[in-house]
Design a protein around this ligand. Structure first.
Ligand SMILES: *Cc1c(COP(=O)(O)O)cnc(C)c1O
Length: 358
């Protein structure tokens, strides 16, 4: 791999990191290496310990987040690998409005007596800091949270977590390294569902983590190999292809989201329009609750009614249709994943769908 100057900006790193060297006849892109085994005597040996195509994705993501990355089979595979670092009886402090899959894993581990949890309101920095005591093994943060869109003061909470002797983890799926780099704010590990913005085209399931701590990197790499939660090679290639345009997609999706939030606020069918000014996710709360929200998501033509987020195509869903979603999320909340289409077309479709509820 070519060396990447530390002075390069994210828009340059997203495009240039993780490339083969600029030597005659080298391909510009790292090819898909289909291999379960490698000739003995090197670092890889077996396909569960590494692959050149994963490595190219990891080099690019690591450069963007400011650490060393590891690719996994899904975002939840990363969550389980990181939670597996917590020893028996250790306490995990986490946002009460974390991604539902993360909350389910925490509840499952707690129910089986493996860990204890303290769920906190991440917007209340003093309360989160107070929750970090000597028993705290891990502080889990998500900011903005999915789908409540609450923001945490990552630097203040990371400092408190570290002072208490805990590891600090930030799920950066929503903001991506283009908008927020948690390692620079004091986090030990950054977690991604690469399924979302990093891959960005609704065609890949993959996860990743990043850390700047070499010892922790070796531990986590060892855990990935032991647990076997490794990505497919084609998935890693697609995720890297998506990552090349991450800065462009985030810029467009965020600009669209800001404009849609502005135009939608005050619409009589809406009780609330949430957008933290950051990223491409907007949450709408329908004034007439679940029934109106269910009609709304079926009345759009351009916006696709589907789960997941972070693709170039705009999608929307009522989150409480899932039994696993937290009861703290309003029944009438519809999460919009704003894509890269023309903003006038996006707005016109939402407006006709809202007006049809009349
Ligand atoms: C989707 C998501 C995950 C889980 O990732 P998968 O790739 O679906 O396993 C974790 N965290 C957040 C914030 C997510 O949105």
């Amino acid at each position: 791999m070519t060396t990447t100057p530390g002075s390069w900006k994210p828009a340059t790193l997203a495009i240039s990191a993780g490339r083969p060297p600029h030597d005659p006849d080298q391909p510009l892109n790292t090819p898909i290496t289909m291999a379960s085994t490698f000739v003995a005597g090197g670092d890889r040996e077996y396909g569960r310990s590494g692959n050149p195509t994963w490595q190219a994705f990891e080099d690019a993501l690591g450069a963007l987040e400011g650490g060393r990355a590891l690719a996994f089979s899904s975002g939840l595979a990363v969550v389980s690998t990181v939670l597996d670092l917590v020893g028996l009886g250790g306490c995990v402090v986490a946002p009460r409005n974390s991604y539902s899959g993360t909350l389910l894993q925490l509840a499952d581990l707690e129910a089986r007596g493996r860990i204890t949890t303290r769920l906190v309101d991440v917007t209340d920095t003093a309360a989160v800091v107070a929750a970090c005591d000597d028993d705290t093994a891990l502080v889990w943060l998500e900011s903005p949270t999915n789908p409540a869109l609450e923001l945490a003061d990552i630097a203040a909470i990371a400092a408190a977590g570290r002072a208490a002797g805990a590891r600090v983890v930030v799920d950066n799926t929503f903001a991506t390294p283009i908008l927020q780099r948690p390692l620079e704010l004091g986090a030990d590990i950054v977690v991604h569902s690469a399924t979302k913005y990093l891959a960005g085209h609704s065609d890949v399931l993959m996860g990743a983590l990043v850390t700047a701590d070499d010892e922790l990197f070796s531990v986590l790499k060892g855990r990935r190999e032991l647990l076997g939660c490794v990505p497919g090679t084609f998935e890693a290639w697609l995720a890297l292809r998506g990552l090349r345009t991450l800065p462009l997609r985030i810029e467009k999706a965020q600009a669209n989201a800001v404009e849609l939030a502005r135009r939608l606020s005050g619409h009589p069918a809406l009780a609330e329009v949430r957008h933290p000014g950051l990223g491409g996710i907007v949450s709408l709360v329908l004034a007439d609750g679940a029934f109106a929200a269910d009609l709304f998501v079926r009345a759009t033509h351009l916006w696709v009614h589907s789960t997941s987020l972070g693709g170039v195509e705009s999608t929307l869903e009522r989150r409480r249709r899932w039994k696993a979603e937290s009861p703290l999320i309003p029944e009438g909340l519809v999460r919009l994943s704003v894509g890269c289409e023309d903003v006038d077309d996006l707005y016109a479709d939402l407006e006709q769908a809202l007006d049809s509820l009349g």
